[in-house]
Design a protein around this ligand. Structure first.
Ligand code: DAK
Length: 258
């Protein structure tokens, strides 16, 4: 399917979704958000896709929600339209792993979108921020909640209250990103990680994703029970038999997602 604001490519069971509004630093307008929701749902249902990489341009992953589009809206409009709710929930419904490959600006909604992915690999030029306070608003698609869980209360308050940007080194040190790589190697590294994930059992990868995400949703005791039951349940799969037999027989496992 062709999109106006996205470029989607699939190769070796990895889908790359590139935000593509270069003139606006990939600002998230209604069109982009609705296309992203459709693209993500389609890729989740596509048998030729086992991992998704979400990225932008070298200058900007996304510079936030489209301020020009938002600026004229009234309270009644944003409330009744429930701005972006359905589209962001579509992102969260994706069961396959999603890696955010971030270069340049990831600000406001852009930072929030990266945090909705399963992990973030960024370039050494990345800049993260929640500068909504400069516009007289607060983050609206998870920034105050997710950034706080990634980096802790003190740094999250600092970012949201001052509106300052965090560079790649600080982002890695604070636990916001999993790795920092040279800007020219960003896609190579993200694709290598995605291909590695694509080789695993898709079934198991989905269970891993659900289990880790569970840690954000529940108490430690309930989370541990969820994980243990998930571990037990995987013994009902052919992939568990194959993975363990392959180890014992000193060969590479051939997973069949069963
Ligand atoms: N929206 C619209 N256009 C943007 C934009 C944005 N967020 N960011 C950049 N652009 C546009 C610029 O207007 C400019 O367009 P022209 O003037 O050329 O037409 C073009 O992109 C290039 O930008 P600059 O000329 O400004 O480029 P610089 O390199 O000088 O500066 C910058 C880059 C990223 C530092 C600067 O553009 C900037 O500060 N941008 C705004 C960053 C920002 O404040 N982001 C947060 C936006 S608020 C919610 C859902 C979502 C949200 C809230 C609620 N609900 C569902 C409840 C999210 C809110 C936000 O994200």
């Amino acid at each position: 399917m062709a999109y106006e604001t996205l470029i989607v490519e699939i190769e070796d069971y990895v889908a790359v979704v590139r935000l593509n509004r270069p003139d606006a630093l990939n600002a998230l307008n209604a069109k982009l958000m609705s296309e992203l929701a459709v693209a993500m749902s389609d890729l989740d249902a596509n048998d030729k896709v086992r991992c998704i990489v979400l990225t932008g341009s070298e200058k900007a992953f996304a510079a936030g929600a489209d301020i020009k589009e938002m600026s004229e809206k009234s309270y009644v409009e944003v409330f009744t339209q429930d701005l972006f709710t359905n589209d962001t929930e579509a992102m969260l419904r994706v069961r396959k792993p999603i890696i955010a490959a971030v270069s340049g600006y990831a600000l406001g909604g852009g930072c929030e979108l990266a945090m909705m992915c399963d992990f973030i690999i960024c370039s050494d030029t990345a800049k993260f921020g929640q500068p909504e306070i400069n516009l007289g608003v607060v983050a609206g698609i998870g920034g105050t909640q997710r950034l706080t869980r990634f980096v802790g209360k003190s740094k999250s308050m600092d970012m949201h209250l001052t509106g300052r940007f965090m560079d790649a080194t600080e982002a890695e040190r604070s636990g916001l990103v999993s790795r920092v790589v040279p800007v020219k190697k960003l896609m190579e590294e993200a694709m290598a990680a995605a291909r590695k994930i694509a080789e695993k059992s898709m079934l198991t990868a989905m269970v891993v994703k659900e289990s880790v995400n569970r840690s954000y949703e529940t108490t430690l005791r309930e989370g541990l029970l969820f994980e243990r039951r998930a571990f037990h349940a995987l013994f009902a799969t052919e992939d568990q038999k194959e993975g363990m037999s392959a180890f014992v027989e000193k060969r590479t496992p051939q997973f069949r997602d069963r």
